[in-house]
Design a protein around this ligand. Structure first.
Ligand SMILES: [Zn+2]
Length: 76
C-alpha cells in the first residue's frame, strides 16, 4: 500500500481547518527565528488571504504576497 501524493494536486489553504484551494502565497520571515533571506510560505484561499496576511503583518513578519502560478480561481 502506498499513499497517493499526486504532484499536481491543487494546493490547499494553510488556515486551520480550511480545505479550500489556495490562490495566494504569503511569504514571511520571523527575524527572531530566521535569517533575513529565509522565506516561509503560507498558502491562502481568497477567504483567508486577509486574515492570514493580517496575522503576519501585525507581527511584522509579512514580506510579500503573490498569486500562485497556474491558478484559475482569481476571478473572485
Ligand atoms: Zn482558507
Amino acid at each position: 500500500m502506498t499513499v497517493p501524493t499526486p504532484a499536481d494536486e491543487a494546493p490547499i489553504c494553510s488556515a486551520r481547518g480550511c480545505r479550500a484551494s489556495a490562490v495566494w502565497a504569503l511569504r514571511w520571515n520571523n527575524p527572531r527565528l530566521h535569517t533575513p533571506e529565509r522565506r516561509k510560505t503560507w498558502l491562502a484561499c481568497p477567504e483567508h488571504r486577509t486574515s492570514l496576511g493580517d496575522f503576519l503583518d501585525a507581527r511584522g513578519f509579512l514580506r510579500e504576497v503573490s498569486a500562485l502560478p497556474g491558478s484559475h480561481t482569481l476571478e473572485a
